[in-house]
Design a protein around this ligand. Structure first.
Ligand SMILES: [Zn+2]
Length: 425
């Protein structure tokens, strides 16, 4: 199958090119085979992107896809109370079937809002993988490892089962110890051993709020990043989710490592955690990527909204509108995310030889009028209706704003509401 996208404004995120160009983009099967002018060979499908932006799919580097039943559920809870009294007791009762539908809902939301790759951490992987297999979206999945003793061992066994069963070539795996406050030192040692044994990256929540930082300081008599260093977790292409409170001293430790910090600005605000000093991390050479977190605290999976918030928060925090540009933010949501996931040779930009994970964004709607600077418009005014087409691995999952997946959306919504009513009774 050969597809040509013509007449669009291409924001390729290819550092060798201008910020935007007017090129044809040609896809053959799963790959981009041409980016340039006047492609004249036969193509099976022609997409006319006149008046639209063609860009790499967005990469959401911290998700809990199965949490869609908890959408916008946090109101007046602290992080600790919300997890312990609300989320975790309900999650314990979720079946594989529940997880299939809740994951499916998140995937549909990602397709509609231009996300083509995710980095998830959750449990009941059989349900989630059924959804991944059905749609064909790209991602990294970490079976959440949490607790101690038998509880921990059961979860590691479950991860080993997943490792042996995963046949989905679009989904890679990670080792996902939940956090330093829910995993003890034995668990950290075993996480490092698993990452070494399977040569997988590690994905962990860290320093989400100051209470957590103080808990870890009291427990280990050192700061959270020092704990990660002590247990050698920094050596495994680590992705730190949140990192709201990482000191300059800790950043020094991260500078020479292949570690990424995935900021989740909406979730951090919603749970009253605060605002991460992303500008300081970035200026110290740390790879920054962006996540929505689960929709319980992140509210939605629309990465455009989270991009806008990230940009505005840093400008507000510094009282300086020059600390971050919209192009910086687009990098964070595309090529930096690809780097964090170890996939920057495959995705994150529109370049010949890369996988065809591409979105087309409609800039004709009133919220983008007048479109003087398309990059600023994309970051600040992209919304649900803005994404016109979503392509993952060469497959068109949304075509001209119509979902191209085998799902009845009305039935899916009913299922989700039924699951929510049953579990929250
Ligand atoms: Zn999270």
């Amino acid at each position: 199958m050969k597809i040509i996208i013509k007449n669009g404004m291409v924001i390729s995120m290819d550092c060798k090119k201008d910020m935007y160009t007017y090129d044809d983009v040609v896809i053959e099967d799963d790959k981009i085979i041409y980016v340039g002018n006047n492609y004249n060979e036969y193509c099976d499908k022609v997409i006319d992107a006149k008046g639209k932006i063609v860009m790499p799919g967005l990469i959401n580097c911290h998700t809990h896809l199965g949490m869609s039943i908890f959408r916008a559920s946090n109101d007046n809870y602290t992080l600790d109370k919300w997890l312990n009294e609300y989320i975790w007791p309900i999650e314990d009762n979720m079946t594989d079937d529940d997880m299939y539908y809740t994951t499916l809902l998140s995937i549909v939301e990602m397709i509609k809002t231009g996300t083509t790759c995710f980095n998830d951490m959750y449990f009941n992987w059989k349900g989630s993988f059924k959804a991944f297999d059905k749609i064909g979206i790209r991602g990294v999945y970490g079976r959440c490892l949490i607790g101690n003793g038998n509880e921990w061992d059961n979860k590691v066994n479950d991860f080993n089962n997943l490792y042996n069963c995963n046949k989905n070539n679009l989904i890679k795996l990670s080792i996902a110890p939940h956090s330093l406050y829910t995993v003890d030192s034995d668990g950290l040692i075993e996480s490092e051993l698993l990452a070494s044994k399977y040569k997988l990256p590690i994905h962990i929540h860290l320093s989400e709020d100051m209470d957590e930082v103080n808990t870890i300081k009291n427990k280990y008599n050192m700061l959270p990043v020092n704990v990660l260093d002590k247990y050698k977790l920094l050596n495994h292409k680590l992705i730190i989710a949140h990192g709201t409170y990482i000191s300059e001293g800790e950043i020094e430790l991260l500078r020479d490592k292949d570690v990424s910090i995935c900021t989740n600005p909406i979730s951090n605000l919603n749970l009253g955690c605060g605002i991460a000093d992303i500008n300081m991390y970035k200026n110290n050479g740390i790879n920054i990527c962006l996540g929505t977190d689960g929709v319980g605290s992140g509210n939605n999976m629309n990465m455009f909204y989270h991009m806008s918030m990230l940009d505005n928060l840093q400008k507000g925090k510094y009282k300086d509108s020059t600390v971050m540009s919209s192009y910086d933010v687009l990098k964070i949501a595309t090529i930096n995310g690809a780097h964090a996931l170890g996939m920057d040779r495959e995705i994150g930009s529109i370049e010949v030889g890369k996988k065809a994970d591409i979105i087309i964004v409609d800039i004709n709607d009133i919220e983008m009028c007048p479109c003087v600077n398309p990059i600023v418009q994309i970051v600040h005014n992209g919304w649900y209706n803005s994404v016109d087409t979503t392509i993952v691995n060469g497959n068109i999952l949304m075509d001209n704003k119509k979902l191209n997946v085998d799902i009845n959306i009305d039935e899916l919504s009913k299922k989700i509401n039924n699951i929510r009513e049953r579990l929250m009774r």
